[in-house]
Design a binder for this molecule. Structure first.
Ligand code: ASP
Length: 433
């Protein structure tokens, strides 16, 4: 490794450590603030703490940090994907990469939801539960397959970008990249501009990541300060089942896929993914994490931009294995709690609706619950059932988002390996975290 490379690897490692410390310190601070009022019963002190910390300073720092990450998403995906597409030596490879990626994304989601349903049928987390609750939940309707497909085509690119419609942005960027590579000198000149812009935006990602330890601290302190963990006890079975399946999927399914399909060392992969997972956990948004995921898979796993620029934003939008796991367990849980038996065909509908819903919805905090309402509606389960679990969903949202982005990176590495677009010397480099 050159001096420069080893220096940047070292500083990345230091940053990862700082971010993890920020995460733990933030969670502890939030937890203490959360407990303080309850322990002492001094609401005024608690109120003051909340106003000064979680509702004031932490809110500003945390939201500011997420906004800074989010503001990069659309320009980065656009510029990076145009470069990535134009850099493909043979445009026909795009079709192959696309098919493989979508196929693997669907496969990992199917495994995830099957694991979740099997575990929930075995453990029966909802059996014998007292389901009296006065909270209600507004159901969202599942989009039809036709709607999902029609929605991929952009009508107005500015509108697509302004509303952050990722699939439309992806389609437009790919088309523009193809046009660039067929446009001779004009295409080359414009491509140069895009390449420069890509390098600058990537630098911006690195700069914003420097404040990540503080941003992550504030986000977690904010979240943990009013995390309603009191509600966990009656739902402990549900909570720990979702958590267990999430961990199983991340620690067993992904490593197995990496080993079988790409002969890559899963331990190294997971270590290099730590930073991305912490970002996903803290922001609970695969979308806001895109810049960090892209940076990690390209610079730490060694995936070429031509693959990563396509697979990462696509994954953040359509591949949500962690969310599928929550939906699987939650559906079975609600069915059990209400004593409504579901048949095999109902479970097939659950799998199909969950997958379709995830294609049409962006990876942002809490969206999994909206998707769950679509699933429940499809199989005729009471949507109010969501009220039972929503109180403890935030923490699970954070964990499942970390699983979602790990899934995106797993598929990215497998596709890249198959396409000869993975620099294994980078992947195998010793840099630990
Ligand atoms: N927050 C998740 C994500 O961004 C989606 C969800 O499960 O709510 O990936």
């Amino acid at each position: 490794m050159s001096d420069d490379a080893s220096h940047s690897a070292k500083s990345r490692k230091r940053l990862t450590k700082q971010i993890i410390i920020g995460m733990i310190a933030g969670a502890l601070t939030g937890f203490l603030i959360n407990q303080y009022g309850n322990l002492r019963g001094e609401d005024a002190v608690y109120g003051f703490l909340m106003a000064a910390g979680p509702d004031g300073l932490f809110e500003i720092l945390g939201q500011g940090f997420i906004s800074l990450l989010q503001v990069l998403v659309v320009p980065l995906v656009f510029v990076s994907l145009v470069c990535g597409t134009a850099a493909l030596d043979d445009i026909r490879r795009l079709g192959k990469i696309g098919l493989k990626t979508v196929g693997l994304y669907l496969m990992t989601t199917a495994i995830a939801i099957s694991l979740a349903l099997s575990a929930a049928l075995l453990v029966r987390p909802g059996a014998g539960l007292d389901r009296t609750t006065d909270a209600s939940y507004e159901a969202a309707e599942a989009p039809s397959l036709v709607e999902v497909i029609v929605n991929i085509f952009p009508r107005n690119v500015i509108d697509a970008m302004a509303s952050g419609n990722m699939l439309q942005i992806i389609l437009f960027s790919v088309l523009l990249g193809i046009a660039l590579s067929f446009s001779g000198e004009a295409g080359k000149r414009l491509l140069k501009l895009f390449e420069d812009a890509n390098a600058v935006i990537m630098k911006l990602v690195m700069l914003i990541m420097l404040i990540a330890p503080y941003g992550v601290f504030a986000l977690l302190a904010r979240t943990f300060a009013d995390l309603g963990l009191g509600g966990i006890l009656p739902l402990a079975k549900y909570f720990f089942l979702v958590l267990g399946v999430l961990i199983l999927h991340a620690m067993v399914t992904y490593p197995a896929l990496l080993t079988v399909f790409a002969q890559l060392n899963p331990r190294r992969f997971l270590k290099k993914m730590q930073q991305v997972q912490v970002f996903a956990f803290s922001t609970a948004s695969s979308n806001a994490t895109i810049p960090v995921t892209l940076q990690a898979v390209e610079h730490r796993l060694g995936v070429k931009n031509s693959v990563a620029s396509f697979t990462v934003p696509l994954g953040a939008t359509i591949n949500m294995d962690g969310t599928a796991i929550m939906q699987g367990v939650a559906t079975a849980f609600i069915a059990q709690a209400y004593g409504i038996p579901l048949g095999v065909s109902d479970y097939m509908v659950v799998i199909l609706t969950a997958t379709l819903a995830s294609i049409g919805t962006a990876g942002v905090p809490g969206v999994g619950m909206i998707m769950l309402s679509m699933v429940l509606l499809q199989v005729g389960l009471p949507v109010e059932g969501i009220a039972l679990i929503i109180g403890i969903d935030r923490l699970l949202d954070m964990v499942r988002t970390a699983v979602n982005v790990t899934g995106d990176a797993t598929v990215t590495a497998i596709v890249a390996k198959g396409e000869g677009a993975l620099d294994e010397s980078v992947f195998d480099s010793e840099e630990e975290a």
